[in-house]
Write a new protein. Structure first.
Lengths: 207, 328
């Protein structure tokens, strides 16, 4: 197909729409507006980095199965990596979130960027929670017994049974990480599409 | 530096046309990944992670037989936590927490995970050893054939005996109308101590098992698990859900959810779970919809943290937009 001619195939249309929405220099720009100069901006990419370590360490545990880390010192260490990367993931995400709140980063048609970020945070909490339930230790037993009451009281517990280890493990290793991954991907694409929110009007202008 | 490069009131809805700076996203991501990986590996090596062994029913029955027997007989007489719980486990008229007034999502959803406590925790498991123990088999038959009133009288008499405690490791059974219950309870205690009850509570008619609902509900009905949790600072009144065993960080991000359980009226409310879930649902929705909530969306303008974040920009913009100084 020659350049500038609209494709008649579904594939071509998807490609054309993708390129129109995300031309290469918008998807992977090598320059940013001059105001993108603060340590606060680093916490978004740190969250992404911690999420990557969470996924990789979880994948290593998955290789040998859920009981491995209880009987192997290497497995226990990988579990520790999984725990600490999760703690860092939430720390970075919360700082990122507060930073974006105080920048009022939803301005200029960026509400959906905020919403995908906020939902990512909430779904991440559910993901971590199912991880605690899947540990197969005393903590899992106790947390399950406690959490069931809140979930049952809200009607969710009848379908999302925190005492059903198999169900919680599958939510933890597949459904919820997939949801977080897709939300984060959508969030990043929205940031690239709309650009980084500019500063609030300077005081001189407001007066 | 010109005013066009540093607009004082950039329009967030329009593409930025001011000055740009070199920014290597891929390099930043790679450095972040290396740094976070390194930090995580060090934290994991230095602080490790907790793994307190799970409690087994065998351990419970051996360590605290009185609590075990009290729990078991409460399952028989229908006074246990699960027996009186209501949805999603048991059919108990009126049971279930209300979110507002008499509105209960718990009752609306109904019993989706049905459990019959006497059969699930006592009579069903005992059917296994009864296959080779005729005395136990006869006791089960006698109990099943009795009228509800007879069963209740036996159960309550035995529960009182359990309350009186153990003497030299045996129940203080004064003469009374216990029926076959002492035989049933002795059989269950023996089965539990051997580990047989752990298996029986997760077994079904299928080979592979992944559901621990019955075993965990039975453990939660007793006091043994709760006493151990209290020592680990995991109770609800101890900010339990966000704590971990030992001195490890837990789910600190659940602080707001856990907070409500520490204050009145929730800490003494029979409907605390439903009410707190209702509150957290509303707060979560508000959090997601901040861009559309008047007042809340203006907070960043009132608390000028943004001036710190963009201080370099404002300084440069101030210079670029300053009126030219008259030349001398």
């Amino acid at each position: 197909m020659s350049e500038g001619v609209e494709s008649s195939t579904w594939t071509g249309r998807v490609r054309d729409a993708g390129v129109a929405a995300f031309p290469p220099d918008r998807l992977l720009p090598d320059s940013q507006p001059v105001y993108v100069a603060s340590w606060v901006y680093v916490f978004g990419v740190l969250t992404l980095a911690a999420f990557t370590v969470v996924l990789l360490s979880g994948a290593v545990i998955a290789l040998a199965g859920p009981a491995w880390w209880h009987t192997s010192s290497l497995g226990h260490y990988v579990n520790s990596v999984h725990l600490w990367s999760t703690e860092l993931f939430f720390f970075f995400m919360v700082v990122h979130l507060w930073g974006k709140f105080f920048m009022a980063a939803w301005r200029g048609r960026r509400a959906m960027t905020w919403i995908t970020g906020a939902v990512s945070f909430l779904v991440s909490i559910a993901t971590a929670f199912t991880g605690y339930l899947s540990q197969q230790n005393f903590d899992s037993q106790w947390i399950g017994g406690q959490a069931k009451d809140g979930l049952n009281a809200s009607g969710i517990g009848a379908y999302f049974n925190v005492l059903n280890y198999g169900q919680m493990l599958l939510w933890h290793v597949l459904l919820l990480p997939l949801a977080v991954g897709l939300l984060i991907a959508g969030h990043i694409l929205l940031v690239r599409r709309r650009g980084v929110v500019p500063p609030l009007p300077a005081e001189k202008e407001e007066q | 530096m010109s005013a066009a490069e540093y607009p004082l009131a950039p329009n967030p809805a329009e593409e930025w046309r001011g000055k740009k700076r070199r920014y290597d996203l891929v390099k930043e991501a790679v450095i972040a990944l290396v740094a976070v990986t390194g930090l995580t590996l060090v934290l994991a090596a230095v602080f490790s992670s907790p793994d307190v062994k799970p409690v087994t029913i065998a351990q419970w029955a051996s360590a605290d037989p009185q609590d075990f027997l009290a729990t078991a007989v409460s399952e028989l007489d229908g006074t246990s936590g699960v027996a009186t719980y209501g949805p999603p486990y048991t059919h108990v008229p009126g049971a279930g927490q209300n979110i507002v007034g008499h509105f209960s999502l718990q009752r609306l959803v109904g019993v989706q995970l049905p459990i019959e406590p006497a059969r699930a925790f006592v009579l069903g498991p005992l059917a296994i050893p009864a296959q080779t123990d005729p005395v136990l088999a006869r006791a089960i038959v006698e109990y099943n054939r009795a009228t509800p009133a007879e069963r209740q009288a036996w159960d309550q008499a035995f529960a009182k005996a359990v309350d009186r405690g153990l003497v030299a490791g045996r129940l203080n059974l004064t003469p009374g109308n216990y029926g076959p219950v002492p035989t049933l309870m002795a059989g269950l205690l023996q089965m539990a101590r051997s580990g047989g009850l752990d298996g029986a509570l997760v077994s079904t008619d299928r080979f592979y098992q992944t559901n621990f609902t019955k075993a965990l509900l039975f453990l939660s009905d007793g006091s043994y698990l709760e006493n151990l949790a209290s020592k680990q600072h995991l109770l609800g009144s101890q900010w339990g859900m966000m704590n971990e065993t030992g001195n490890f960080p837990g789910q600190a991000w659940l602080w707001l959810y856990t907070f409500w359980y520490q204050i009145s009226p929730f800490k003494s409310s029979d409907n605390a779970d439903a009410q707190i879930w209702g509150i957290m649902g509303i707060l979560s929705l508000a959090f997601i919809l901040i861009p559309f909530i008047p007042g809340v969306r203006s907070i960043p303008k009132w608390i000028p943290i943004y001036k710190l974040i963009w201080r370099d920009y404002y300084r440069a913009a101030s210079k670029a937009n300053a009126p030219p100084t008259p030349s001398g």
